[in-house]
Write a protein that binds this ligand. Structure first.
Ligand code: B12
Ligand code: SF4
Ligand code: SF4
Length: 363
């Protein structure tokens, strides 16, 4: 029987493609393998010790994972059309990158599950991967004709730009392939110029040790120079996406409420924060790391109540919170208050004491 086009197949089987979802397919075996590049990023420590796909590059980067799989369907969800840009922040406001404003993986998972159930009902094998450490999700995107990998390392599509999340499902069925267009960034380098930290200085390569998005989800101590560069970002970073021309056909709304109240976050219990932002990647599922992000963001974009908030948090039981509050008070020029408010004599944490001494020597 002749292979059928994927979209026609879905339509014949009454599977409707929801708004925002794009999909295409590659037939397998593909000979596609990104293991070496992922391993290289690891060797050069550009992976910043992250686990994810770096744990086992020879598997995560491999296209031909299953001998039974005849194709892989690549599904992308374009999340920005339900969103607005927010270019202006008031004092005390933090930002959340657009991909995390809500759990945009839900529509992607729902559609991929629908496809999975369809094939399984026909006794055909499937394997799905959505933001899974065992699969490099960008692997087939270009080959499937959905777009291209940009200098920001983001997968881009005409009209949608980088504002899309990607999932993959391997299936035991072949499809007719679509014509593939030859896209590229050309001489554009706006993402590289826009990146606040130089993390994209080499074309098509990201240095995660310099990436704000990485630091906001890292359990490690954020270096001083990086803390300032985080600006008012509370989770994620969008600079290399906002600057990308293929994704510019979007509504701009300067006064949209796509920001968070940082003091409100700092007044919320850490456990509550983990529940509230349950789709975020939070190290050790410990909400203190979200508070850390909020302290840094508030120090970089202070409001009139910031000082009192930081002073109150000096009584926190968490070393991490006291540690970052010391820096925050230094950043907003109120370090001298620590002599009065921080119980240095009885401070047991070396982390806190070292930070205090280090900043004390700097003023
Ligand atoms: C680890 C990870 C991160 C890390 C590292 C990101 C990175 N670029 O590797 C951090 C925390 C920094 C991160 C940040 C973000 N992430 Co992330 N992340 C992942 C994850 C889990 C693994 C990525 C991975 O394997 N990287 C390994 C490195 C080596 O791959 P790479 O950077 O793509 O490098 C390739 C190129 O350098 C290429 N290459 C080398 N030389 C050359 C030369 C040429 C000419 C070309 C064309 C290519 C090329 O080879 C490498 C391998 O293919 C995936 C989910 C998954 N399971 O795949 C999501 C994923 C990549 N993230 C995603 C998103 C949305 C983001 C953010 C936008 C979130 C935000 N707003 O803050 C940022 C974007 C930062 C950026 N510019 O990439 C999406 C991206 C979707 C898309 N349109 O591409 C993914 C696919 C999740 C998903 N399922 O949708 N992320
Ligand atoms: S997410 Fe931010 S810090 Fe990371 S590469 Fe993009 S612009 Fe640079
Ligand atoms: S900003 Fe320009 S160079 Fe960077 S990914 Fe987008 S099109 Fe490519």
């Amino acid at each position: 029987m002749e292979d059928i086009n994927l979209l026609n197949y879905l339509s014949q089987n009454n599977i409707e493609v929801p708004d925002g979802i794009s999909l295409s397919v590659v037939n397998l075996p593909s000979d596609l393998d990104r293991s070496l590049q992922i391993e290289k990023a690891k060797q050069e420590n550009r992976h910043a010790n992250m686990k994810f796909t770096f744990s086992e590059p020879t598997y995560s980067g491999l296209g031909d994972k299953f001998e039974w799989a005849q194709s892989c369907i690549i599904v992308s969800y374009s999340y920005l059309k339900q969103n607005n840009f927010n270019l202006g922040y008031s004092p005390g406001e933090g930002s959340i990158a657009r991909f995390a404003k809500e759990d945009y993986y839900v529509p992607l998972k729902k559609f991929i599950t629908l496809i999975k159930e369809h094939f399984e009902n026909k006794n055909l094998r499937t394997a799905q991967f959505i933001d899974n450490p065992k699969h490099y999700d960008r692997l087939f995107f270009e080959q499937a004709g959905l777009g291209w990998q940009g200098k920001s390392t983001m997968m881009l599509s005409p009209g949608k730009g980088p504002w899309q999340l990607i999932g993959n499902i391997y299936v035991e069925k072949k499809f007719k392939l679509e014509k593939k267009n030859d896209y590229s960034c050309g001489s554009c380098n706006l993402c590289q110029i826009s990146c606040p930290t130089g993390a994209l200085d080499d074309d098509y390569v990201l240095d995660s040790t310099k990436c704000i998005s990485y630091w906001l989800q890292s359990p490690d101590i954020i270096p001083h120079e990086m803390r300032e560069r985080l600006g008012n970002r509370f989770y994620g970073c969008d600079e290399c996406l906002i600057s990308c021309p293929p994704g510019q056909d979007r509504k701009i709304n300067i006064s949209s409420n796509s920001s968070v109240d940082l003091i409100e976050i700092l007044n919320t219990e850490s456990e509550e924060l983990v529940k509230k932002y349950n789709w975020f990647y939070i190290p050790k599922r410990d909400g203190d790391f979200l508070k850390r992000n909020a302290i840094i963001a508030l120090a970089n974009n202070p409001s009139k109540n910031s000082k009192d908030t930081f002073l109150k948090l000096l009584n926190s039981e968490s070393d991490l919170i006291r540690f970052y509050c010391i820096w925050a008070l230094w950043k907003i020029g109120e370090f001298y208050l620590l002599h009065k408010y921080l119980d240095i004599e009885n401070e047991e944490s070396n982390l806190v004491l070292n930070e205090y001494q280090r900043l004390n020597e700097m003023i």
